[in-house]
Write a protein that binds this ligand. Sequence first.
Ligand code: DAH
Length: 368
Amino acid sequence: MRLPAERFVGVEIYKWIEGGRTKVMKEKLEALKVEALAKLQEVTDPQTLNDLRVKYLGKKGELTEVLRGMGGLSAEERPVIGQVANLVRSAIEDVIAVKQEAFVQQETQARLQAEKVDVTLPGRALPQGGLHPLSRVIREIEDIFIGMGYKVAEGPEVETDYYNFEALNLPKNHPARDMQDSFYLTEDLLMRTQTSPVQVRTMLEMNGETPVKIICPGKVFRRDDDDATHSFQFHQIEGLVIGRNIRMSDLKGTLQQFVSEMFGPNTRIRLRPSFFPFTEPSVEVDVSCFKCGGDGCRLCKQSGWLEILGSGMVHPNVLRAGGYDPEVYSGFAFGMGVERIAMLKYGIDDIRNFYINDMGFVKQFKGI
Ligand code: DAH
């Protein structure tokens, strides 16, 4: 390029040189932009895109390299070149952003395609479980008594001799202890043979308060040989009410209400005199056969009645053991076998069915 002679004076010469430098750098930047954009246009995968980003815009990239040359520029030149460089940078950045967005879209699209769910496919049927018939019966009985204002209490399965026998008016050497052959763990500890020990435990917990109104479902253990009607382990539900002026008529009314709800509104009860050490008087309670209505059938062995529980007025000694003065307080108690009730209700003829985990057996009770 020829230099105009009239400019060859004073600072003018520097201006001229500067102009040339600026132009060269501008051209470099422009060329860089053209090259970068052309390469970016051809990119078809995110990895190459990233490589190009590093190549042009990275710390050691080509744009940075050109800008490093700005050190030699004058104060007037720098902003000019700086502006061009920024334009180049943002042009490259814009294309990268557009490409990147396209890749994200592509990937989402591919994922949606790959993970497509066919909502018209029939669902996978999950086998539905059901409650064990004993659990059903326990819950049903609990519900009935809760409806009458009772609370559900619990007690330990490993019990002391005191609560299982002595506090229930069965002193050592009492002949009634023979009726219950027990699993003793030590001289003083045994697997409870009945849920009745919960009576005294509850009374002591209540600390003299009234009313006491509980039922207690639980497992009990006896040294029986298993057969169709006996098991070394079965379930009972105990009931206990303590208050002032609790009478035999309250017991009768309560049990009548219970059987009407449990076995049907036409079910009647019959009380027969009996003996339990912890109640006086004691009664055995029968319900009219819910299968034949009392006419006599195989279930009730033609008698028209089914024996379902033992009960009576709480013995003064038991009240005393529980911390209640028998001169002031009275109460009634009852106890029933859950297996027996379930067997009667569902026509099950062998108690062992409850324990052998035969799914075929258990499944029959679904939805009952
Ligand atoms: N515990 C008695 C038994 O296992 C059942 C029983 C009878 C419980 C009379 C009571 C009751 O609460 O009053 O045979």
